[in-house]
Write a protein that binds this ligand. Structure first.
Ligand code: 28F
Length: 666
């Protein structure tokens, strides 16, 4: 073999490897980006932005601009050093091409010690490239513009020089995700991207991050000098801090960087947001454990030593020290281990001790130096403990009253016969009449029904002991069986159903009740949301009937599609507001002449008979249910507070700003 032949042989081999890699990404996209829904789609953007953030963390970039273009593609540009363009030492082609096309090539650079390995992030830009109909990259480096284009991950041409620049350096990537992969459509949501970029700007102080939507003419710019201190203020916007400015603790130890900011407000909610290498660790982990135990220990010591906590009268629990807290914990760990159901729980055991000792030291110094703030915080914690004890008394009283009911389950609950939670589901149904239909229509082996009367208590405005006095909530809690978060008894392993399905009417009242229920679950059984057990039922809005055949439509466009497929003329459509009852009514006969198509609109669940309810909304084979997720917990917290809290002005503002998007968005 000549040198030339050897070389071309080498090229072929590595090229085949690259193609195999891209093929695998396209065949199993979910393995790389989680899923191919809207979530996975947005993940592509985060992947590209992450590389720019890494360049910023390495100290070479302070500006990132994201643009949603008119054609639906997205551009991300940074002012870093630009991806190297020279010949790659082993691959014998431009390093830029290697980074853009080879799996793992840019995944773990040694330039940044905090590049995330594992988890969802950190798969590299080549994965985004493989899942894009096309991608273009421009690198500004050495006074030149370097350019390359790709289709579905493969280069269309070589890296070319397309122009000159004076001072400018950086990387600019534009891509259009592939409709063949993202079959639900390519629709980037401004608010979703905006929330993530805002979060990144808080977590990485000093970087300027801009976002613009060319189609909608919207734009925002984020730059926070205070970093996570500003994040805490933002989360608590419109609330009174009882502890003054956020308390800020930070240090680096054993290559782990810790930052904590927190304050206490007048609410009863615990709102702790934790991040590892800029990734939201929804399931918590060792960093959270370290912070919690330091908080409990330091506040308890200070309170006892200064005789604020009278130990002969009261004992405070960890929960008491977190009532009304809003906190952001951000750690940067060189080799994070992600565990848990959604791989968002930090597992590194060494981090607990590091966070704990830093927080112990710095928080006790802070308390010594700010005794009046310390006293205010402790007084709030003592009130929380007193309320908790009052709640326990109320609960025990209620239990004793219930002692006659042998099972202890609420009387209104129609339970299922199977007892294995994995196989069981419970429907929380708005209204007694729908509840009645659901009880008759269900498969009683694995489906339980709990009818709810009227509106449930707005938990955003109440403390734990009030919640224990509310009948509807009490029956939900006992039916589910795990107790309440924030009380000393919550136990996720006791949840009696694998799916908890909220079934409300598709009207204004129904949506209010759904929000009240979601608020309740978010505040008091968040684990149920986080473990993916909470769902929304999707009842149909229309029934279309022609002769003996029936169709159900879940929205207007489905209705129109069905009508189109039936090829009916306008004058053959009969719109009826009332439910055409099968049994009686001669006029029905008229309407049901085989030519006519009858459309009836379901106003409420109660209008459906048991069979219809089963067929459309409850039969696992045919129904659609929407899983409630907690993607952006920080935003969720704020939205619940605004929608359900005391203050009127922010609620008015929020509704005004979001009215356009307010069509039932799970
Ligand atoms: C629009 C998204 O991707 N920015 C990036 C850099 C800078 C370097 C780099 C990136 C080289 C060999 C991997 C420059 N100079 N924005 C971005 N900016 N990647 S991605 O290097 C990649 C490594 O293999 C860079 C010196 N060192 C690194």
């Amino acid at each position: 073999m000549t040198e030339k032949e050897k070389k071309s042989h080498l090229y072929q081999e590595s090229d085949i490897k690259v193609l195999k890699g891209l093929e695998h990404v396209r065949k199993r996209p979910a393995m790389y980006i989680g899923d191919v829904s809207s979530r996975g789609l947005h993940h592509l953007v985060y992947e590209v932005v992450d590389n720019a953030i890494d360049e910023a963390l390495a100290g070479f970039c302070n500006k990132i601009i994201l643009t949603i273009n008119k054609d639906g593609s997205v551009t991300v540009e940074d002012n870093g050093r630009g991806i190297p363009t020279g010949l790659h030492p082993t691959e014998k082609k431009s390093t830029l091409e290697v980074v853009m096309t080879q799996l793992n090539a840019g995944g773990k650079f040694d330039r940044s010690s905090y590049k995330v390995s594992g988890g969802l992030h950190g798969v590299g830009v080549s994965v985004v490239n493989a899942l894009s109909e096309w991608m273009e990259v421009e690198v500004y480096r050495d006074g030149k513009i370097h350019y390359q284009k790709y289709k579905r991950g493969e280069p269309v041409g070589n890296v070319e020089e397309t122009g000159k620049v004076k001072q400018k350096t950086g990387t600019r990537v534009t891509f259009l995700p592939d409709k063949e992969i993202f079959k639900l459509g390519i629709n980037f949501k401004y608010s979703t991207l905006e929330a993530r970029l805002r979060e990144l700007a808080y977590l990485n102080k000093g970087i300027t991050i801009k976002i613009a939507d060319e189609a909608e003419g919207k734009q925002d710019e984020f730059h926070f000098k205070g970093g996570i201190i500003d994040f805490v203020k933002y989360l608590d916007e419109g609330q009174k801090s009882i502890s003054g400015k956020p308390i800020y603790l930070t240090a680096e130890r054993e290559n782990v960087i810790i930052e904590v900011a927190f304050q206490y407000n007048e609410s009863y909610n615990e709102n702790i947001n934790t991040f590892v290498n800029n990734i939201n660790t929804h399931e918590g982990g060792t960093h959270l454990e370290g912070f919690k135990s330091a908080l409990t220990r330091t506040l308890n010591n200070f309170g006892t030593k200064n005789n604020i906590i009278k130990t002969d009268k009261i004992t405070l629990t960890g929960d008491d020290f977190r009532e009304g807290i809003t906190a952001v914990i951000s750690v940067k760990v060189p080799e994070p281990q992600f565990e848990g159901q959604t791989k968002t729980k930090l597992g590194n055991s060494e981090v607990k001790g590091i966070v704990q000792s830093i927080c112990n030291e710095q928080l006790s110094d802070y308390l010594e130096e700010n005794p009046s703030v310390a006293k205010k915080i402790l007084e709030k914690c003592i009130l929380a403990a007193e309320a908790r004890m009052a709640a326990r008394n109320a609960r025990e009283l209620a239990r004793r009253k219930n002692a006659l009911e042998i099972s202890g389950l609420p009387g209104k609950l129609a339970d299922c016969s199977i007892t294995d939670p994995q196989q069981c589901e419970i429907y929380l149904v708005e209204g007694d009449s729908a509840g009645g239909s659901a009880k008759q229509g269900r498969d009683r082996r694995f489906q339980a029904i709990l009818p709810l009367k009227g509106k449930i208590l707005n938990v955003e405005k109440a403390r734990l002991n009030k919640i224990y006095e509310n009948e509807e909530i009490k029956s939900i809690v006992t039916a589910i069986g795990a107790g309440l978060r924030g009380s000393d008894e919550y136990d996720d392993s006791k949840v009696r159903y694998g799916k908890i399905i909220l079934m409300c009417d598709a009207d204004v009242d129904g949506s209010h009740i759904r929000t009240l229920l979601l608020t309740f679950f978010y505040r008091y059984m968040r684990e149920i949301i986080e473990s993916g057990k909470l769902y929304l039922a999707q009842p149909p809005l229309y029934k279309i009937k022609k002769g003996k055949q029936e169709w159900y439509a879940y929205n207007e466009s489905e209705r129109d599609e069905i009508l189109k497929s039936l090829k009916v003329k306008k004058d053959e459509i009969v719109n009826t507001e009332e439910q055409p009852e099968e049994t009686e009514g001669e006029p029905e006969e008229d309407k049901q002449s085989p030519r006519n198509v009858i459309i009836s609109r379901f106003k409420g669940l109660g209008e459906m008979n048991p069979e219809q309810l089963w067929a459309t909304t409850m039969n696992p084979e045919t129904r659609t249910i929407i899983q409630v997720t907690n993607e952006n917990a920080a935003a969720a917290d704020k939205i619940f507070r605004i929608l359900m809290g005391e203050e009127v002005e922010p609620r008015r503002k929020f509704i005004e700003e979001n009215a356009r998007y307010a069509n039932i968005d799970a």
